[in-house]
Ligand binder design. Structure first.
Ligand code: RB5
Length: 155
């Protein structure tokens, strides 16, 4: 798969660790930054990752900040994105199985690199169950998204 990844300064160090790990699993990585630990704003990195995923130019996205919270909030504003904030292996599996999440958010200040890599491996390998009840619930989520969708204007 092609994986888009982005981080702010709070997630930069973990991103540098997980990029080669994702490549070692056989995936292609598009890294949108940031490129150092200087202070930046997480929405500026959540948006390009989510736009790549929403446009079908990346199969999945991974976002890292200090807590993962800001990244996940920003990601879930983008139409078509289902982002889960995950810090344990059970949730990594369940959110693919039940929610068909296409973006994963994590916090570098919350978990270490070993757990982060295992979460990523599980999240990338677990398929959506396609179970009827889960599809129905996701359809309801999509209806909420459609209800509040605003026309996009060029800036
Ligand atoms: C940056 O200090 C921090 O606020 C950010 O990385 C993230 O945790 C926000 O949710």
């Amino acid at each position: 798969m092609k994986i888009a990844i982005g981080a702010d300064h709070g997630g930069y160090s973990l991103k540098e660790v997980v990029v080669p790990f994702i490549q070692s699993l056989g995936h292609e990585v598009e890294d949108v930054g940031c490129d150092c630990s200087q202070s930046v704003d997480y929405p500026d990195y959540a948006l390009p990752v989510c736009e790549l995923v929403a446009a079908g130019k990346a199969d999945r996205g991974i976002l890292i900040c200090g807590t993962g919270i800001g990244m996940s909030i920003a990601a879930n504003k983008v139409t078509g994105i289902r982002c889960a904030l995950v810090h344990d292996m059970f949730s990594a599996q369940a959110t693919r199985d039940h929610n068909d999440t296409n973006v994963l958010a994590m916090g570098e200040r919350v978990i270490g690199p070993g757990i982060a890599q295992e979460i990523i491996r599980i999240w990338l390998e677990t398929p959506f169950s396609n179970g009827e009840r889960h599809v129905g619930r996701l359809d309801k989520v999509k209806r909420i998204e459609a209800k509040y969708a605003q026309p996009v204007h060029a800036e």
